[in-house]
Design a protein around this ligand. Sequence first.
Ligand code: NDP
Ligand code: GDR
Length: 378
Amino acid sequence: MKKALITGITGQDGAYLAEFLLNKGYEVHGLKRRSSLINTERIDHLYHDQHVAGLNFKLHYGDLTDSTNLIRLIQEIQPDEIYNLAAMSHVKVSFDMPEYTANADGIGVLRILEAIRLLNLTAKTKIYQASTSELYGLVQAVPQSETTPFYPRSPYAVAKLYGYWIIVNYREAYNLFACNGILFNHESPLRGETFVTRKITRATAKIGFGVQDCLYLGNLSARRDWGHAKDYVEAMWLMLQQEQPEDFVIATGITTTVRDFVRMCFFEIGIEIEFSGRDASEKGVVIDMDEDKLISLGLKPDTLRFGQTVVRVDPRYYRPTEVDLLVGDPAKAKQQLNWHPQYDLDELVTDMMASDLQLVKKDEFLKAGGFTTHNYFE
Ligand code: NDP
Ligand code: GDR
């Protein structure tokens, strides 16, 4: 049985990858940080009582900023594959926490590589590094491929640039099987709530249900190449099954504005919106409603009206330096890895909206029954 260690197992990709590897018959070990509240919600369905013998899913406390912890864990586990997904992954937050981001997202990669070297595991352990389309930053060429030059535009992207190159360097210097997956944005119902797609699907569901009036966003003109996380974790695994370690772009090849993503989400629940105005005064207004559709989804058309402003811009969400346009060229991955994504953008929106509609309904049901959640002080 192969052993895999996943850092960042409590995150979106960690959860999907853990499930994927368990289905492939791996023994899966996950690195999780200690937190004052339990934050294993995304992987609880995989977790069983640790007192039962023969379990193939184990969690360990650790942190990418703690070298001795990483060395001890890697020595104990002796993994065949390490998937380094742990990171302070929010681009906007990295401007607030640049030093920590550099430590975890940049030097953290080095700590793993050095642990492998110190423990003489260079011939045994393969490493996947979660590199990112944010490396391309300021547009140099489109679509972006494995040969497009990098120009990072945030402390997050600069830290990830270090991670990218230290992987390449250790591969060349010590013959390590180490790969960079240059993954473009990938989303899912498990996406963190403050990334733009999930923020939009959650708010759209709440607006449709009449429990939120308006969604506030930053740059509506930013364009991203959005895929589904389920498809992207398969690509991570495929990279480590190759004969030779190489770097791969994983993307759909299609780019969409934030504005159009918003439109698609509202359309999914039968609401058509039109945008007008520019920059900070741009707004999205309801111009049509399919009442039958809203009702069939269990939503409340009577709480919405034509002409209602449901989207506004709040410059608070602008970034000091923005990445305007990302669109990846996945040709190498399709050809060499035989990677073929199952979801397109419409299916991604449908999946995320269905999940958030369910969650909003559940919340409202609990509230109506007097069972509120997260109300610690009353
Ligand atoms: P998430 O933010 O959902 O998950 C990040 C994970 O990293 C969480 O488990 C988090 O733990 C953990 N983590 C954060 N800091 C540390 C640390 N210092 N030590 C140990 N663990 C830590 O990210 P995603 O799942 O979306 O992304 C996975 C990886 O892929 C990240 O490295 C991200 O930068 C990269 N990436 C993501 C893309 C995307 O579109 N999703 C695209 C390209 C790259 P906790 O739960 O405790 O916070
Ligand atoms: P990104 O994702 O920065 O591409 O990084 P995010 O969803 O945060 O932003 C995408 C684009 O949307 C614009 N935007 C907003 N973003 C957020 N979060 N909130 C808003 O209100 C908002 N309004 C507009 C942003 O300016 C941006 O242009 C993600 C992360 O998963 C990284 O870890 C990963 O490396 C990259 O994707 C690829």
